[in-house]
Structure formats: structure tokens, C-alpha cells
Design a protein around this ligand. Sequence first.
Ligand SMILES: [Zn+2]
Length: 376
Amino acid sequence: MESSSTSPFTLLHRSGECRARCGIVTTPHGQIKTPVFMPVGTQATVKAVTPEELEQLGAQIILGNTYHLFIRPGRELIKQFGGLHSFMNWQKPILTDSGGFQIFSLKKLAKITEEGAAFQSHLDGSKLFLSPEDVVAVETDLGSDIMMVLDTCIPWPASREETENATALTARWARRSKDVKPETGQLLFGIVQGGMYPELRKQAAQELIDIGFDGYALGGLSVGEPKELMYEMTEATVQHLPESHPVYLMGVGTPEDLVESVFRGVDMFDCVMPTRNARNGMLFTSRGRLVIKNSIFKNDQRPPDEKCGCYTCRNYSRAYLRHLFMCREILAYQLNSIHNLHYYCSLMAGMRNAIEEDSFLSFRDTFYAMRDQSSE
Ligand SMILES: [Zn+2]
């Protein structure tokens, strides 16, 4: 469990009040300050936002998806362009998800064996196969800074036996992934499964630590289980991970989830929520959520969030954003996405400051106190 000299993580400060901590993850394309939120760019684009805008709103690292990019436009094409960074014009770090979650979402179109995952393309039905080794090879071609191993996905609820089998297979796949890790400086993270069984989570964590990864992710959470159970499993997993390495909670979550998980020692997050909700007209604000199509905003001259310094809030009213959304204008998706991503990135920056100043608990109290007020 003790620190490895090769960890990409530098601990800057540990909260004296809880497990929250801040630090730096060093990657081939630069350093990331943690805790960090990573905007999701599944198809080599964070939807409706340019790379320049992402930088301006404080994004330090974004996600790409191996499964989607493998299917379209294909690894060879991206390799010809010198990797994902050049292809999409983003020179900061990129983390690539393995695509395990997407493959498992195909259900009847996927067949999982010891060797790997056979599946049919969701685009044209063509038969494809990815082994854990293939996934690392594709991620190597993509040139991502942080590569995620292929893992199995465990639904909720799942029996203990089903969870044990899937967790054991994930561990065997993790070993094979580590064995083919390239000498490129790209980081490789393992994924802790174990479903909702604390002892299986502990065992899975230990197996991954024995193999040795650059960072450890918590998989199989936020899959429909109650919030309390998710927080409980996060705690039950984080306590068995080495403090010397970054901890990444995959696919989570709401602003409340981020605050609660940083409190429990998580360093990295990704979620489609800020961008997807933006396109559906839901804005995150310091006072809660705002559904922009509501008629009460018809004449509202205020920005979405008076506490927000983003491009959208500095220049546009709720009334204008409502008008754009009602007309389904493309600019609505852009402006809403800029605001929501700015909100998420600022929230993380606020948490980093609070941890450094040893005032995380008071930050958390203020966060909830603000949200109890009406957003209107
Ligand atoms: Zn804003």
C-alpha cells in the first residue's frame, strides 16, 4: 500500500478535517491540479465547445472514448494525424476511457469471454473484437495521457456470485493490460470493481495495487444505486487505495456528488452531465438548478448565475438564453455548455483553494447553504 517512486501524483496538501486533498498529476502533456473535473469529449470533441473556450473556462484535461474513436474515425486515421491531440487541436492532457462501459451497454450485441469483448458496431452492425491488449494498443495510437484498462461492467443490483466473477475477470484483464503498457510515458490506470460489496472492493483494490498502476479508478458506481450506497462504496474503496496515487471516480456526477466525493478523498471526476444538461436547457448555478425554458425567465434580465464570471453570464440574460433555447438555436447549446462547464471547473477550483486553506468543511457548508435558497 505504500508509495511507489514512480507515481505521477504529488500531494500538495491534505485536509486536516477530512480525507479531501489537493495535488498534481503529471502527464506527458502537462500537469493537472487536483481535485479536477474532466469534461467529456467522447467523439474527439466536447460537444458545442471549442478547445480555446475549454481552456478559457479552466478545463485542464478532457476525456475521449476509445470505443467510439475505434469505430469512427478509426485508430489508423487518428494515428496518421499524430494522435488525438493534433487531430482535435487540444494540447493539454487527454484521458481515454476504455469503452468497456459502452461495449457492455450494447448488451445483446456484445459477448464477453476470457479473451475479451466481441461486439457489433452500433453504427453498421459489423463484427468487432477488443481484448484488453487491443484497448491499450488503440489508446497508445490515440496518444492519450491517461489510458484506462478494459474492465467489465457490473449492473446494479447484481448477485455476489456475478459480482465476484466480473471483478475477477477485470483483475485478470488488468494484469494483461499492464503487461503491454508501452514505454511512451503514457499513464495507465486500473479500475476497481467489486459492485456494492465492500469486501470485494477491498480485494479488487489490493489485486490492482499488486499489479501496480499509475492511478486507480472506481468503476461500477453511479449505475442506478442510491446516493448513500454510492458514497458508502466510495469510502469503502478509497480507504484501501495508496495515498501516493491519484484516485478517479468514473462517471460521477452532480455538483453535490463532487463535493461529497472530494470530502471522501477522490481526486478526479468525469461526467456528461454539465454538457448534456446544457443541451437540454438545464443550467447549474451556485443556488441550484435552473430550467431555462420556464416561462418565469421570459423577461428576466439577470444572467443565469449572478455569482458566475463565465462568458455567458457576463454577456447574456436568462431571457435571451430562454429565447435561443425555445427557438432551438445552435447558440443556445454553446452558451449553456460554456456556463455549465465553467460552473463545474470553478467548483473544483473553489474546492482546491478550500483544501489548501484547510477550510473544506466550511466550503461544503456554504455550498449547501447557498443551494437551499431559491434560484429564482
Ligand atoms: Zn456562467
